[in-house]
Design a protein around this ligand. Structure first.
Ligand code: FNR
Ligand code: LAC
Length: 376
C-alpha cells in the first residue's frame, strides 16, 4: 500500500479541522480514506450528527470578565485540562506508519484523555508506554473493549488493560454486529499485509499472527448475545470503572446506572452502526434528564460524534455533556503530520473552545449552562 509519509505540510498552516480533513483526503490511500470517512448504509446518521449542531445557537453573555479561560473538567473523579478527549478508533496505522503511537504521544503531551481501541494496530501495552512517556504521569488513558465470543480472550484483554494501568474500561455497546459500510464492502476492506490488530498478536510475535489479528474486522467475532445480564460478569473481572459507549436513550442510561457503570457516552459510533439512528446531540438531553431524575450523583454523561469546531464543544456541554470525544478529526491530523498533526488538531479545537467560551461570556465550564443554547 502506498503511504505518503513525508509531508511537506507545516501543520501550523492548518487553521481548522476542515483544513486537516481536506489535506488528509489527498494523502490517504482509497482503502484507508473510505474506511475512515464512511458511515453505515445511506449515511443518514453520519450526516445528522453534523446537522444537529446547526439546530442550536449560542445565546451569549456580554460584559463578563473573560481574561482567564479555564476549561478544566472532572471526569470519573479525575481533573482533566480540557473537555476535549480522543475517541477510540481502530487501525490507526492506516493513516501513518506510527499510528496509535503518534496519537497517544500527541494526547499524552497535552494531557488529553486518550482511549485506545481493542482493534488498534498497536498493542495496549505499547500505547500505555508511549502515552505515559509523553505525559510524564499526568493525563488519563482508557481502554475500549469489544466483547468477543471467546470469553477467555475478552477476559485477558480486560486483565491486560488493568495490569497496564488503564484508568477505565469503555465498553462499546452499539456494535453487537458491525454496521455495513458500503465503500468497505466494495473495496473488500482488510488490513494490508504486515498490519495487524496488535492486541490479538500472541505476545507481539508477528510470525504467529493468527486469524484474529489478521481478519479481525470482517470475522464477526463480537459476541451478539452479550446483554445487560452479562454486565455483572464483566464487572466481576475488574476494579476499573466501567463506561458504556453507544447509549442514546434515557432508559438505557438508567440501566447503566443500575448495572454499576460510572458513566455513558452518548454516541452512535460516528454514524457507522445503525443508519437512521438519532443524532448524538439530539439524544443527549434525554439521557441527561433521565440521569438527573435520580438526583445528584457522580454518574458521568459524555458524548461524541460530529464535533468539528470549538463551538460544537460548547453546545454539547450546554446540553449536559461533561466532556466530549473527537474521532475522525484526530485521524485527519495523524494522516497529515503524524504526532504533530494529531497534536495540531487538538490544539485547534482547544483554542477554538477557549475563544468560544470568551465570546460567550463563559470563563469556566460551570458557566456553560443549559440556557447558553437556544433552538435556531
Ligand atoms: C471508530 N469508532 C470506534 N469506536 C469504538 O468503540 N471502537 C473502535 O474500534 C472504533 N473504531 C473506529 C474507527 C473509525 C475509522 C472511526 C471513524 C470511528 C467510533 C469512534 O469512537 C467515535 O464514536 C466516532 O468516530 C465519533 O464520531 P466523529 O468524531 O468521528 O464524528
Ligand atoms: C469501526 C469499528 C472497528 O467502526 O469500531 O470500524
Amino acid at each position: 500500500m502506498q503511504h505518503t509519509t513525508e509531508s511537506a505540510i507545516d501543520v501550523s498552516t492548518l487553521l481548522t479541522v476542515r483544513d486537516a480533513e481536506r489535506v488528509a483526503r489527498t494523502m490517504l490511500p482509497k482503502l484507508a480514506l473510505d474506511y475512515y470517512r464512511s458511515g453505515a448504509d445511506a449515511e443518514i446518521t453520519r450526516r445528522a450528527n453534523r446537522s444537529a449542531f446547526r439546530k442550536w445557537a449560542i445565546a451569549y453573555h456580554v460584559l463578563v470578565d473573560v481574561s482567564r479561560i479555564d476549561a478544566r473538567v472532572r471526569v470519573l473523579g479525575n481533573e482533566l485540562a480540557s473537555p476535549i478527549l480522543v475517541a477510540p478508533m481502530a487501525y490507526q496505522c492506516l493513516a501513518h506508519p506510527e499510528g496509535e503511537r503518534a496519537t497517544a504521544r500527541a494526547a499524552g503531551k497535552s494531557e488529553t484523555l486518550y482511549v485506545t481501541s481493542t482493534m488498534a494496530t498497536t498493542s495496549l501495552e505499547d500505547v500505555a508506554r508511549e502515552y505515559d512517556a509523553a505525559s510524564s504521569g499526568a493525563g488519563q488513558r482508557w481502554f475500549q473493549l469489544y466483547v468477543h465470543r471467546d470469553r477467555g480472550l475478552t477476559r485477558s484483554l480486560v486483565e491486560r488493560a488493568e495490569a497496564n494501568g488503564y484508568g477505565a474500561l469503555m465498553l462499546t455497546v452499539d456494535t453487537p454486529v458491525l454496521g455495513r459500510r458500503l465503500r468497505d464492502v466494495r473495496n473488500a476492506f482488510k488490513l494490508p499485509t504486515g498490519m495487524f490488530a496488535a492486541n490479538f498478536l500472541p505476545a507481539g510475535d508477528i510470525s504467529k499472527a493468527g486469524v484474529d489479528a489478521q481478519a479481525a474486522y470482517t470475522s464477526g467475532r463480537h459476541e451478539p448475545a452479550f446483554s445487560w445480564r452479562d454486565l455483572a460478569w464483566l464487572r466481576s473481572l475488574t476494579r476499573m470503572p466501567l463506561v458504556l459507549k453507544g447509549v442514546v436513550r434515557g432508559d438505557d442510561a438508567l440501566r447503566a446506572v443500575d448495572a454499576g457503570a460510572s458513566g455513558v457516552i452518548v454516541s452512535n459510533h460516528g454514524g457507522r452502526q445503525l443508519d437512521g439512528a438519532v443524532a448524538n446531540l439530539d439524544a443527549l438531553p434525554g439521557v441527561v434528564e433521565a440521569v438527573a431524575s435520580r438526583g445528584p450523583s457522580d454518574f458521568t454523561v459524555l458524548m461524541d460524534g460530529g464535533i468539528r469546531w470549538g463551538t460544537d464543544v460548547l453546545k454539547a456541554l450546554a446540553l449536559g455533556a461533561k466532556a466530549i470525544f473527537v474521532g475522525r478529526p484526530i485521524l485527519w491530523g495523524l494522516t497529515v503530520g503524524g504526532e504533530a498533526g494529531a497534536a495540531r488538531v487538538l490544539e485547534i479545537l482547544r483554542n477554538e473552545l477557549a475563544t468560544a467560551m470568551a465570546l460567550a461570556g463563559c470563563p469556566d465550564v460551570a458557566t456553560i449552562t443549559r440556557d447558553m443554547v437556544v433552538r435556531s
